[in-house]
Ligand binder design. Structure first.
Ligand code: DGY
Length: 331
């Protein structure tokens, strides 16, 4: 592992991070060769990432936009790469099996973004059910006429039945917020959870959740089991008045089916913070639907949370370079 010697470790950071977080790396390894992709909003191109890995880096801080797979890891000379630290809680962009095979530790940034993401889910639910997109447009486009008794009426969030699929940290934080709106919480997960019992949430099978919920919210990890879980079959089981909110991963939804379901009134409306692809092209059919709100994957985007995530991924990186287990270790 890397010592604080004249020849420090080589570290690649795939996006420009805040300087104080980068300073932590320099403090731990004064002779570090720190290679920071200088852009904040543009991902490092694949070919550049490949070149950097094949030039021999000891550690990488990556983003969810960087695919870390077996092909990339193979290019690391003499298995020099020791740690991959992602600035995200989700790690479906990292091939964990391939990292295991190459003896690479993987870290992520759980917990610090839980409450921030849950806030966004609540906000997106309110925006979708109360038709904020259409309302804001009408103001901006000058189609706001006189106050009218039935204009832009949406559906209530208070006292709704909220169905959460996946009841981990974020799912539970989302549930707590809706309890403040006097909602009834249903959830589905691999097994019943003590936390669910304590907050009075009901553990139900997926079909029951889909059939009975007014608001359906996936908060599960993306896996082969959850990919395209929200397909036409699932939308048809939902109430025609149901609101669908997704701030987990776009791939849990069959987007074509969602488009049809929204267009044909199989469900009422959708609010998405994640989609496929990201960014969604402005010409995408989903954006032509008045009953769909799309946000650009900003679930964890508060200043303080992104700062915390920056420090956490740096801590993971440093521990990995020192040959220690990572404070927030996926593998
Ligand atoms: C994550 O961390 O996985 C979110 O999608 C972005 O913060």
């Amino acid at each position: 592992y890397c010592q604080k010697t004249a020849d420090g470790p080589k570290v690649l950071v795939t996006r420009k991070l805040i300087e104080p977080a980068l300073q932590e790396i320099k403090k731990a390894f004064p002779n570090v060769h720190l290679d920071v992709w200088p852009e904040e909003t543009t991902p490092i191109p694949r070919t550049v990432l490949q070149e950097k890995v094949s030039s021999g880096v000891d550690g990488i801080i990556c983003m969810l936009t960087d695919k870390i797979n077996g092909d990339l890891l193979k290019q690391s000379p003499q298995n020099k790469l020791k740690v991959v630290s992602t600035m995200s809680v989700g790690f479906n962009h990292i091939d964990i099996e391939a990292c295991r095979n190459h003896n690479i530790k993987v870290g992520n940034t759980p917990d610090v973004l839980t409450e921030t993401t849950a806030d966004l889910v609540l906000g997106l639910t309110l925006a979708t059910s109360r038709r904020f997109r259409e309302a804001i447009r009408s103001v901006e486009e000058g189609t706001w006429g006189s106050w009218s008794p039935y204009w832009l009426c949406g559906v209530d969030v208070h006292h709704a039945k909220v169905g959460i699929v996946g009841f981990g940290r974020i799912g539970q934080a989302v549930a707590r917020r809706f309890l403040g709106f006097d909602c009834t919480i249903l959830y589905n997960s691999r097994s019943e959870k003590e936390e669910g019992r304590k907050m009075g949430a009901s553990f139900v099978d997926l079909d029951t959740l889909l059939r009975e919920s007014d608001i359906v919210i996936p908060q599960c990890l993306l896996s082969e089991e959850t990919r395209n879980m929200f397909n036409m079959d699932a939308f048809r089981k939902m109430k025609p008045t149901a609101i669908f909110i997704n701030a987990s991963r776009g791939e849990v939804v069959d987007q074509e089916a969602l488009y049809q379901a929204l267009k044909e009134g199989i469900i009422r409306a959708a609010g998405l913070d994640v989609c496929v692809p990201e960014p969604l092209p402005p010409s995408h059919p989903l954006l032509s639907l008045p009953n769909c709100i799309v946000l650009p994957h900003i679930g964890s985007a508060s200043v303080s949370t992104r700062e915390k995530m920056s420090y956490m991924c740096v801590q993971n990186l440093i521990a990995g370079l020192q040959g220690q287990s990572l404070p927030f270790q996926v593998l």
